[in-house]
Design a protein around this ligand. Structure first.
Ligand code: CP
Ligand code: NVA
Length: 313
């Protein structure tokens, strides 16, 4: 069967996890596996020849930039890399106008920015699919990679327990949405004042997560323990205050010991050893952080293929 061409009615954005349904994630993870295997076997696969991805970064990035850029070139396409400093976005050109212009010239846009409202506004005025490469509220591409990594190591995530230790931030919110859509449970422990807000997380089903005061309690019996930096990009002014508030929210060997014996450890990176995680854990046998980082590229290739070509076969 020929790949489905996108039409106006079929265009999808990927701005948060809820934008796709559970069965679409099942499909994406299957495609990511096929695409990864081809890559590992040095097989050329270029379904996005002549397609262009624009990447707009308003915050720093290592993994997101490299994974999207390398992934797009591997699929035969090309990439335009833009930052606030070298575009009119930093000089107050309206987002709506930028979206109208860029989306007439490229086939796909990836944006890393501050407020989710900005990416939503861009998408509302874009002729082409828009992908969230991280906002203050969500990081859906990272959670795609994390769940794909879990599946590779342990099989389906359905019914499993994911322990979140640390800030109620963009990663935590995205885990909650994923739990609601894909059917697993998040056990979350944050310092007081840094809790998740279910409204910001965009969830309606409160049964997909449980809150624990103590991080050890959140880790008990978990299939996966995960954390993130204490201070996310954009919140640097709060750094000192956060370092004090988060001191007991460091994932260490004691926390891993109360999780299941086969529990995995994940961190989206960049990590700060000795703050949110000890070196023993992140560099230890339960950690899959390097697979997790690599898988960003494979899942995003599957995502770009899906948003541009629809289901293959
Ligand atoms: N995990 C992640 O998104 O990394 P970067 O900030 O390096 O892109
Ligand atoms: N929560 C972090 C994730 C970095 C990939 C941040 O937003 O800075």
């Amino acid at each position: 069967m020929k790949p489905m061409k996108p039409g106006p009615g079929l265009m999808k954005h990927f701005l948060q996890i809820k934008d796709l349904r559970a069965e679409e994630y099942t499909y994406l993870f299957e495609r990511a596996k096929i695409i990864k295997t081809r890559f590992k076997n040095y097989e050329r696969y270029q379904p996005l020849a002549d397609r262009t991805l624009a990447m707009i970064f308003e915050k720093a990035s290592t993994r997101t930039r490299v994974s999207f850029e390398a992934g797009m070139y591997q699929m035969g396409g090309s990439v335009v890399h833009l930052t606030t400093g070298d575009t009119h976005l930093g000089r107050a050109e309206p987002i709506e106008d930028t979206a109208r212009v860029i989306s007439r010239m490229v086939d796909l846009v990836m944006i890393r920015t501050y407020e989710q409202a900005k990416i939503e506004l861009f998408a509302a005025h874009s002729r082409v699919p828009v992908i969230n490469g991280l906002t203050n509220e969500y990081h859906p591409c990272q959670i795609l990679a994390d769940i794909f990594t879990f599946i590779e190591h342990r099989g389906s995530i359905q019914g499993k327990v994911v322990a979140w230790v640390g800030d109620g931030n963009n990663m935590a919110n995205t885990w909650l949405q994923a739990a609601e859509v894909m059917g697993f449970e998040v056990h979350i422990s944050t310092p007081s004042g840094y809790e998740v807000d279910p409204q910001v997380a965009g969830i309606t089903d409160r049964s997909c997560y449980r809150v624990f005061d103590h991080p050890m309690a959140a880790c008990e019996g978990a299939h996966l323990v995960t954390t993130d930096v204490w201070t996310s990009m954009g919140y640097e002014a709060e750094n000192e205050e956060r370092r004090k508030a988060f001191v007991d929210w460091c994932v260490d060997e004691e926390m891993m010991a109360v999780a299941r014996p086969d529990a995995l450890f994940m961190h989206c990176l960049p990590a700060h050893r000795g703050e949110e995680v000890t070196a023993e854990v992140i560099d230890g046998p339960q950690s899959v952080v390097w697979d997790e980082a690599e898988n960003r590229m494979h899942v995003q290739k599957a995502l770009m293929e899906y948003l541009l070509l629809g289901r293959i076969g």
